[in-house]
Design a protein around this ligand. Structure first.
Ligand SMILES: Cc1cc2nc3c(=O)[nH]c(=O)nc-3n(C[C@H](O)[C@H](O)[C@H](O)COP(=O)(O)O)c2cc1C
Length: 219
């Protein structure tokens, strides 16, 4: 499937931008299978694997998700839409996020990464009131595997969380049981743009050696 064109782990990791401009062409079932296989190879706390992946490819589900996602993006961020001629990085990112929202209903594949609800150890018994959150830490490694696999297969993908705003409706529509929370929704398709280097702060701003605040020269 990736045959000769497999870009390799570091190439994938270092060029895995949020790809929000996607073609509507369907994602082949073998690719979907590979993505799910990779997701389920991820680590989880005590190897409990309390994840579930809802794969949305049919029009009805994509339309439902797309309409709600778009409504909420505009409610949350509509007033921050940059002017047409603003080409700064934040403006381009915002435009791409709005483009994704406008076209979400046409994205051929959306995966909802769900996690079983489970109180973290640190929450005392007496404070465990209502629904527990899903174990985010046990789901995000699987989410990252999904994103990396998409990159490896030449598929564009991005991690989104706006679904939180309509999770009850989402749950009802897709018949997701109450004991699972939706951690991330990942729209996937063949990219319209190119993969390329991500923009991140230098290591010197983020890493500390032996004690907080101590820097080390790069070897
Ligand atoms: C926890 C999390 C939530 C995110 N939620 C959204 C989202 O709802 N919509 C969206 O378009 N991008 C979302 N993103 C993508 C980030 O905005 C993006 O990865 C970041 O700006 C870096 O951009 P880059 O990956 O293209 O370098 C999310 C990323 C993370 C890790």
């Amino acid at each position: 499937m990736t045959a000769d064109s497999d870009p390799g782990l570091f190439e994938c990791m270092f060029s895995m931008r949020a790809m929000r401009r996607l073609k509507p062409d369907p994602v082949p079932p073998e690719m979907i299978a590979k993505i799910l296989e990779a997701a389920t190879q991820a680590p989880s706390g005590q190897n409990t694997q309390r994840w579930a992946f809802l794969v949305i490819t049919e029009e009805e589900g994509r339309t439902f998700f797309g309409q709600n996602y778009r409504d909420w993006i505009y409610r949350l961020m509509g007033d921050r839409a940059p002017p047409e001629d603003d080409n700064s990085k934040p403006a381009r990112q915002m435009k791409a996020a709005l483009h994704l929202a406008d076209h979400m209903h046409e994205v051929p594949l959306i995966i909802l990464a769900c996690g079983k609800r489970d109180w973290p150890f640190v929450v005392p018994q007496e404070e465990r009131v209502g629904l527990a959150p899903p174990s985010y830490g046990s789901i995000y490694p699987a989410v990252q595997n999904i994103l990396l696999t998409c990159r490896g297969l030449g598929l564009g993908a991005s991690l989104t969380t706006v679904h939180q705003m309509f999770e009850p409706e989402l749950r009802e529509f897709f018949e997701i049981p109450e004991d699972y929370g939706v951690v991330a929704s990942i729209p996937i398709g063949f990219p319209l743009g190119n993969f390329g280097p991500v923009t991140r702060d230098p290591i010197s701003k983020k890493a500390h050696y032996e004690k907080w605040g101590q820097q080390r020269e790069a070897p």
